[in-house]
Design a protein around this ligand. Sequence first.
Ligand code: B12
Length: 382
Amino acid sequence: MIEKDAQSALKETIEGFRPDIIGISVRNIDDQNMENPRFLLDRAKEIVSGCRSLSKAKIVLGGAGYSIFPERALSFLGADMGIQGEGEVAFPALIERIEQGTALSGVGGLFLRGKGLQCKRQYAKNLDTLPLPDTGLWSLPSQKEDLWMPVQTRRGCPLNCSYCSTGTIEGRMIRKHSPEAIVRWIVHWRKAGVRHFYFVDNTFNLPRSHAKEICRKLIDHGLDIRWWSILYPAHVDEELVDLMSKAGCAQVSIGFESGSERILRNLNKRFTPKGVRLISEMLSDHGIRRMGFLLFGSPGETWESVEESLVFADSLRLDTMKITLGVRIYPDTALARIAAEEGMISPQDDLLSPRFYLAKGLEDWLPKTLKKWNTTRPHWML
Ligand code: B12
């Protein structure tokens, strides 16, 4: 990810370590940018080929991006196998079987290249049965102030937004770490000098009681930390916002995506613009910075709904606003079905190379309009 000369780094590591198995984390497939998309798997393919030419090790893929396209990414990248979903149980189980030469077929979520899924994936119901990242595995950079240490408190999303891939990556059932385990982990890093944390949960506030309990425990420890989280703009009440603020929350990302009730319904969102406004005001009143997200061009989008969303977002007076033009189409989503029905994509398209939904009639007008709004609002990003 950060090596300037990845092939030399690979050579040095593989020759020094001589692995039997190489695991590669494929986090991103592309950058979700419709106007100028960057497909990132060509670089990943060079890494897989580099591993092949330097070693006879089995190459195993995993990660969020990989999990959306387990079969297709495996064949594109030319690795031997891949694990869809969480790796903590499945990867050690796979390693053990490879070491002992026993059948691989019982490893949950395992795909073999050219042979498909070997065994249904399994989800740990209680995340405390899985280890948190080993704090001894990496060292901290000297500039600790710049680091926002990632923390995951729960997995899974039952919400089913029409375009979203989270259910495929993490499953639809919410599964949690106990607040005690999370806070213990944060306390460890706080003692090591880290002050900034980033909750990577796609929805920090689901379930709300869990989020509140984590905040209470952070407050009890008096940690002097600052953190960032991603909020779903429903299930937020005054008590939660107050606890978040007292526990050190500096900023939240609020993915409200549209200011039009009709579009929100189409996206299968379970909140209204009125609710978003209330939450946004509560956060602002408690001194929490707000970054908003708008997603333009989804099914049913019109000039009117775009204008409605822009005016709505403007009226929230957010600290930062991120605008996305066109919706990345992921497999097995309602959006993919609509796009195929409308002839925007072929039903056979595997969607690995990025495809975007943009409502008909907006192709010229929408980019121009968004650019105009963006240039007149310095805190907006397109
Ligand atoms: C939090 C988050 C962010 C945060 C990151 C903050 C931080 N400090 O880390 C922010 C907002 C900055 C961000 C930015 C972006 N993100 Co983001 N992000 C996520 C999110 C919600 C969670 C990622 C995470 O940390 N998970 C927790 C860790 C523990 O899980 P994990 O990495 O998946 O690892 C587990 C398994 O995958 C597996 N595993 C992982 N590696 C391996 C390897 C092997 C060998 C095995 C066997 C298993 C395995 O085991 C692990 C433990 O169970 C995911 C969606 C999701 N639900 O995953 C999107 C996601 C990864 N992001 C995505 C994208 C596109 C981006 C951006 C490009 C957006 C943009 N246009 O700027 C940028 C890129 C940033 C970058 N430099 O990579 C996409 C990627 C899909 C794609 N199309 O490529 C995702 C999947 C969301 C989506 N749309 O579906 N992101």
